[in-house]
Design a binder for this molecule. Structure first.
Ligand code: MN
Length: 192
């Protein structure tokens, strides 16, 4: 079955940008709940649990499951995988990815332009969801947002960077000020 990966760094490691209380509740409670509910639905399909969670999302539309369970896998499996990716991309031990940074500059004009576009997408997303930088099926970098816990993997895209804009990601420290949270989050991104 699927397990919650330990954060790998202290809840306080990203202070003051991402506060310890939010990190702890977000990882230990919200992410744990996605993990538990993902396991609950996957328990009905033991042969499918042999695959990595990412692969399950890639094959989501072709899985031999009921429509109701497909929706649960989309929401709970998406929540499980998206958060795994999120904790890793903000790991304080990360190093700048020079190759990706160069590709971003080439695609969007500059890293600053890219940050502006990504920020506008994250701040402008209506309701719960995630902003994404992905590599699409034509090997092109794209920025978009997806609702709820939908994964770019299901669209055949490879996630490169993401930001959780569900209120649970920022409400404790930033209340309704999503733009302030997005600005703070850039401070903990070392990849670009
Ligand atoms: Mn979240």
């Amino acid at each position: 079955m699927f397990t919650l990966t330990p954060l790998g760094y202290d809840y306080t490691a990203l202070e003051p940008h991402l506060d310890a209380a939010t990190m702890e509740i977000h990882h230990d409670k919200h992410h744990q709940t996605y993990c538990d509910n993902f396991n609950k639905v996957m328990g009905i399909y033991p042969t499918l649990t042999q695959k990595p969670a990412e692969e399950i999302l890639r094959e989501l539309n072709d899985l031999a499951v009921s429509d109701e369970d497909r929706k649960k896998i989309r929401n709970m499996g998406g929540g499980y995988v998206n958060h795994n990716f999120f904790w890793e991309e903000i790991n304080p031990a990360n190093q700048k990815n020079e190759k990706l940074t160069a590709e971003i500059s080439e695609t969007f004009g500059s890293v600053e332009k890219f940050k502006e576009l990504f920020t506008a997408t994250a701040v402008g997303h209506f309701g719960s969801g995630w902003a994404w930088l992905v590599r699409d099926e034509n090997n092109t970098l794209k920025i978009y947002s997806l609702p709820n816990q939908d994964s770019p993997l299901t669209m055949g895209h490879t996630p490169l960077l993401t930001l959780d804009v569900w209120e649970h990601a920022y409400y404790l420290k930033y209340q309704n000020r999503r733009a302030e949270f997005v600005k703070a989050w850039w401070n903990v991104i070392k990849l670009v």
